[in-house]
Design a protein around this ligand. Structure first.
Ligand code: LLP
Length: 422
């Protein structure tokens, strides 16, 4: 098994570009993505027939365009994500389906969209089969099955088992077959995604369940998707998942089904985090350094409005400092943001317990970099405390490209109205 990244607590550059120069040119907080890391992770997965990027992890259209140029297709969970994929150059239909809509419901906007556009749907609830038939009889559909077990890096990211709202419960497959017949839709594939940030053992258990469900449905199945959830390293002790071993398990399942059905089965994988997490860095500036009793705080200009993972899941992100200070001294510091909320702390564990991190001594004005922030970082931002969204920059070929401008204060109130109350 390959060793994970070596994370350093001091960093002056990202992929050869100076952190200080990036901060000077684009301001802070700014998300920076290294395209070479994304390309490397795409390449790891090339044995799978189809790599379908779960764009919810990072859906900037420049990232989607990069994926498309590298032969990666996309998953979309809303009309908004479909719109992004189209803006990035994906077509509605093709082989394999360039965009697949995966969700547990059809809201009104997606049903309107499907009436006009033959987008492939992956249903996570039996009702969706009937509803698809009503707007597009004759369509093919894939089913997202909940195999009855799941696992994630947090209980909030476990998408299997009966405490999860996701997917079609495994023993409802006969009902789905009946529904598909009456609705005039064909079940052409199966999909299972048991959670995010899970581990090899749990991911592997899915193959058996996939095989059993595919045999229950029969030879209309021509694609199987292993879903996403591949873990990526956030700590030095985290190991990279053994992709070859994972592929072999799925390939064996696919081959057994091909032998049963007598036709080829396409094997898909649907990662979000694996492709984008390690590419991303959130650059912030240290604006205050203070002692509260015995505790030392580095307060930066990015908060949970920019990166919500620590407050939501107690997620650990590597942190480094780009300092003007030559000292090699290390201190234990708590890293917090600017928000008017005590939970605005990047160094916290699940349950909100604040902890400190060994970091270099720093000065106000130094840059602090929160690493492995390319998945579920910017996309989970909010305007809480009326903080504008950060800028986003893509590093490609040694050059920074602005891919989203920082929001302005005007942007914050766009779409709000003061009614005439007189
Ligand atoms: N496919 C489906 C159907 C999913 O629901 C997800 C994630 C993925 C693929 C991609 O999972 P990934 O490979 O990225 O683990 N906000 C959380 C993660 C929530 C994931 C939701 N669904 C976090 O920051 O960890």
């Amino acid at each position: 098994m390959a060793a994970a990244n070596q994370f350093s607590i001091s960093r002056t550059e990202i992929s050869g570009v100076s952190v200080a120069d990036l901060a000077k040119e684009f301001g802070t907080p700014t998300y920076v993505y290294d395209s070479a890391k994304i390309a490397e992770r795409i390449n790891d997965l090339k044995k799978f027939d189809v790599i379908r990027y779960a764009q919810k992890a990072n859906s900037n259209i420049a990232i989607l365009d990069f994926m498309r140029r590298h032969g990666v297709v996309v998953d979309a969970v809303s009309v908004g994500e479909i719109h992004r994929a189209i803006a990035a150059g994906y077509s509605i239909s093709g082989e394999p389906d360039p965009i697949v809509y995966t969700a547990d419901i059809f809201d009104k906007s997606i049903l309107e969209f499907i009436k006009e556009n033959a987008i492939h749907c992956n249903a996570g609830s039996p009702d969706m089969i009937t509803q698809l038939g009503e707007v597009r009889s004759g369509a093919e559909i894939t089913l997202r099955i909940n195999p009855g077990f799941g696992h994630g890096h947090s209980q909030k990211t476990n998408t299997g088992g009966d405490s999860s709202k996701h997917g079609i419960w495994h023993d409802q497959v006969p009902e789905c077959i009946e529904r598909a017949k009456s609705a005039g839709v064909t079940i052409s594939g199966l999909h299972m995604h048991i959670g995010s940030g899970t581990d090899f053992e749990h991911l592997s258990q899915v193959c058996e369940s996939m095989k059993a469900t595919a045999l229950e449905i029969g030879s209309s199945i021509n694609t199987i998707s292993a879903g996403g959830g591949l873990p990526t390293p956030y700590k030095e002790s985290d190991e990279m998942i053994d992709i070859d071993r994972y592929f072999e398990l799925w390939d064996a399942t696919r081959k057994e089904l091909e032998a049963q059905f007598g036709h080829p089965i396409s094997l898909e994988i649907e990662p979000g985090r694996y492709l984008s997490a390690e590419s991303g860095y959130l650059i912030a500036e240290i604006r205050a350094i203070k002692k509260m009793g015995e505790k030392l705080y580095y307060l930066v200009d990015a908060g949970f409005n920019n990166l919500a993972r620590p407050i939501m899941y107690g997620s650990y992100h590597p942190i480094s400092i780009s300092s003007s200070n030559e000292s090699t001294e290390v201190v234990n510091a708590i890293v917090g943001g600017p928000l008017c909320e005590s939970g605005d702390i990047f160094t916290q564990e699940e349950g909100g317990f604040v902890c400190s991190r060994a970091l270099p001594t720093a000065n106000v004005g130094d840059h602090l970099i929160i690493e492995c922030a390319g998945a579920y970082g910017f996309v989970m931002s909010s305007n809480y405390n009326s903080k504008p969204f950060a800028a986003e920059v893509l590093l490609h070929g040694g050059k920074p490209h602005l891919i989203r401008q920082r929001q302005t204060n005007e942007d914050l109130i766009r779409g709000e109205f003061i009614p005439d109350l007189n």
